[in-house]
Design a protein around this ligand. Structure first.
Ligand SMILES: [Fe+2]
Ligand SMILES: [Fe+2]
Length: 279
């Protein structure tokens, strides 16, 4: 079973770029075309659905995604979103209005249980999970004790060494990580926000930060005083493959059309040459 994990679409009103130079809507359109061919069982989008949280941007998001993928789309907001506008504009999307205050809910994808968490602090770049949201997570984990679990939220609960990103990560993640550590059925924590592929682990769970679909990836620097810049590196997303008994794998997909496919051809003297390869 395949699940597409996307993040940070940063959709703008029709025809407008993000940050003056990033054609985020175009990248989302290209991603949707790729996903339609991939035919995943579900698409999980971990926040920054829009760039400014404007109603017009959510309308554009709906125009780009609705009815085109043939599978459920599960979303949570990010710091660039407006929770209220997200709840109103995406009220018909699964789970979005399940909770009266936050965009948090559970869903089943095959035998996997997905737990989506709202880590947004209105007006702030960093994320938090207040006691009410942590209580929701704990109850959801208890209710799925016998099922493999994926957790989705916008803000990564890990330090990366990229100063500008660490400053706005999930604040005080200890309680969240303690819950993940106590529940060995959690296979992965899916995040975004950092606009770069970052892979960590906690207990038996992969911690995955997806790149930005929008195509503006954060500068790769480990200098302690570095400010936040981005580069127009290609957008991408994770393709998660769930297979019993092996478990979960994550493959990075790059958005775009590239030359190929070319066959792998090797010289006759190549020691690993397959016996059935001719020429
Ligand atoms: Fe973002
Ligand atoms: Fe973000």
């Amino acid at each position: 079973m395949l699940i597409a994990h996307l993040s940070d679409l940063h959709i703008r009103p029709f025809g407008l770029p993000a940050n003056r130079v990033v054609e985020t809507n175009m990248m989302a359109e290209r991603a949707v075309r790729q996903l339609a061919r991939l035919a995943p069982a579900a698409v999980v989008i971990t926040g920054d659905l829009t760039d400014s949280g404007e109603i017009e941007e959510y309308a554009e998001l709906r125009r780009l995604l609705e009815g085109r993928l043939g599978c459920p789309i599960y979303v949570v907001p990010g710091n660039h979103d407006h929770r209220g506008h997200c709840r109103t504009a995406l009220a018909t999307w699964p789970g979005v209005t399940c909770d009266p205050a936050f965009v948090q809910y559970t869903a089943d994808i095959g035998d996997l249980r997905l737990i989506m968490l709202d880590s947004v602090v209105p007006g702030a770049g960093h994320g938090e999970l207040c006691p009410r949201r942590l209580a929701f997570l704990e109850a959801a984990l208890m209710a799925a004790a016998d099922r493999p679990v994926l957790i989705g939220l916008h803000h990564p609960p890990l330090m990366t060494g990229i100063a500008a990103m660490d400053a706005i990560a999930l604040r005080a993640p200890e309680a969240f990580l303690a819950l993940v550590g106590r529940h060995s059925q959690v296979k992965a924590v899916l995040c975004g926000h950092h606009h770069r592929v970052i892979i960590g682990q906690h207990g038996g769970a992969m911690l995955l930060a997806a790149p930005a679909v929008g195509g503006h990836q954060s500068e790769l620097t480990f200098e302690a005083d570095a400010r936040a810049y981005f580069h127009l590196e290609p957008g991408g997303y994770f393709v998660l493959r769930w297979d019993r008994p092996q478990g979960l794998t994550a493959t990075l997909a790059t958005i775009g059309d590239f030359p190929g496919p070319f066959p792998f051809t090797v010289e006759p003297g190549y020691p690993g040459r397959p016996a059935d390869q001719v020429g």
